[in-house]
Design a protein around this ligand. Structure first.
Ligand code: ATP
Ligand code: MG
Length: 416
């Protein structure tokens, strides 16, 4: 262990040793080094090496050609894959996103130079210790995101880095160094060259971070003027504080964080924005419904709650409780007024929901003690069957004790 507390997993140590034994250099690099120094658990361990992909494939028994043209080979150790990438110099960037070509190098410094931020441009191995060519340690200690080299050049090469700068600042609670920040503000229009899928990844990582309110930086730098204008309007409008406060109080899951961010928009604009972001249908539908239902009040009695569970479904209703809790906390913080009544109402509904669930109260046709087949045997036909089942369900939701086949059959006589 050296003074930066970088403890590599045994498998990473072994990989590096094997590459060194074959006469090449190898280092852990990027996010894993940064996270170790910060005392965070790295998500994965990337390795950078002077060996060419073909040479890596000779050293290790099980490899996968992940991105061989960019120099990346995945080495499989047991079930875990480790990405090993040859030192690289990126060629000229043509589309604000991808280098035209890449060139391999035998100098670690070349590889560190192509990386986005100083805190992401450090390398480490046990024999050499930390390699920090761009003062990454200093920026880590100061809590600063700074481009490697000239910020304007780096963002012109690859516009996605502007989103990454803000995302890392949110994840780490860091500031963005002035030149880096100003370069984002200046070059923000070029964000339109970046695919929505990539923008979405950075946005959701920001929203799910410990500082979701840093999403404001996407607005302040102008990035959300050129893409996602509706989110820009939320963040720049009169309900901006509501959105930022609600983000803070909402559960760290995409559905809740998106719903908090977009809660002041009309449901159709919520759907439009989420579709623009190319989100999956599950997220689009659930977030839109949460926002659309956020003004629904469920009465404090069991039949009303069972009816609501029937209408919205078990999953959504629990999400609605969660969403409501964040709304109440937001209102309390913004107005400074305690909302004891609303809180109590929510507690009562949640307790009631648990009781209904534990008892197994009937809330849908499937839960009825009678089926379509039973009704057919009874002599009902076609559309009568569905209609009758729905009517019986209405009765049982009012009074669950009636959910018994004989009672239901007897009831049919009384339905009109
Ligand atoms: P995370 O914890 O989110 O995985 P990370 O730092 O590992 O963070 P990755 O996107 O996995 O980020 O990239 C790994 C490393 O590759 C980064 O640390 C950085 O050095 C470099 N890198 C990634 N994307 C870019 C980019 N667009 N431009 C320059 N360097 C990049
Ligand atoms: Mg990573």
């Amino acid at each position: 262990m050296d003074k930066y507390n970088i403890v590599m997993p045994q498998e990473v140590k072994d990989i590096i040793k094997q590459i060194e034994a074959a006469g090449f250099e190898a280092f852990a690099v990027g996010g894993c080094v940064r996270d170790c120094i910060l005392g965070r658990t790295p998500q994965d361990w990337d390795i950078t090496t002077s060996a060419l992909p073909s040479q890596i494939k000779e050293i290790f028994a099980r490899t996968i050609d992940t991105g061989i043209q960019h120099g990346t080979v995945t080495v499989m150790i047991g079930k875990t894959g480790y990405e090993i990438t040859t030192y690289r110099i990126d060629g000229e960037y043509k589309d604000c996103r991808h280098p035209e070509n890449v060139e391999f190098s035998s100098d670690l410094k070349d590889d560190l130079k192509r990386r986005d931020f100083t805190i992401n441009a450090m390398a480490y191995n046990d024999s050499t210790g930390l390699v920090d060519e761009f003062d990454g340690i200093n920026d880590l200690n100061k809590g600063i995101i700074r481009c490697v080299g000239d910020a304007k050049e780096r963002f012109t090469e690859d516009a996605l880095r502007m989103m990454r700068a803000i995302r890392f600042s949110a994840q780490l609670g860091f500031d963005i160094e002035e030149n880096t920040y100003n370069a984002i503000s200046k070059l923000s229009p070029s964000i339109s060259h970046v695919s929505m899928e990539r923008i979405q990844v950075e946005l959701v990582k920001t929203l799910l971070s410990d500082n979701p309110g840093y999403v404001m930086r996407f607005y302040e730098t102008g990035l959300f003027k050129y893409v996602l204008p509706d989110i820009g309007r939320v963040l720049g409008g009169r309900y901006s504080r509501n959105a930022l406060t609600m983000l803070k109080f909402s559960k760290k899951q995409p559905v809740f964080r998106y719903a908090a961010l977009l809660n002041t928009l009309e449901p159709e604009n919520v759907r439009k924005t989420l579709r623009e972001l190319k989100l999956d249908n599950y997220t689009v539908e659930h977030v839109t419904k949460l926002v659309a239902n956020s003004k629904v009040t469920i009465e404090e009695n069991e039949p009303a709650l069972r009816e609501a569970v029937h209408q919205y479904g078990r999953e959504l209703i629990q999400m609605m409780f969660e969403h409501e809790e964040a709304i109440i906390a937001t209102k309390e913080e913004i107005t400074g007024i305690k909302l004891a009544g609303k809180k109590k109402h929510l507690i009562v509904l949640r307790t009631m929901y648990d009781e209904i669930t534990k008892r197994g109260d009937c809330i849908c046709i499937k839960d009825l003690d009678i089926t379509g087949n039973d009704l057919m045997e009874y002599g009902l036909k076609g559309p009568e069957i569905g209609k009758t089942l729905n009517e019986l369900l209405g009765v049982v939701i009012e009074n669950p004790r009636l959910n018994d086949k004989a009672t239901l059959i007897a009831l049919i006589e009384h339905l009109n």
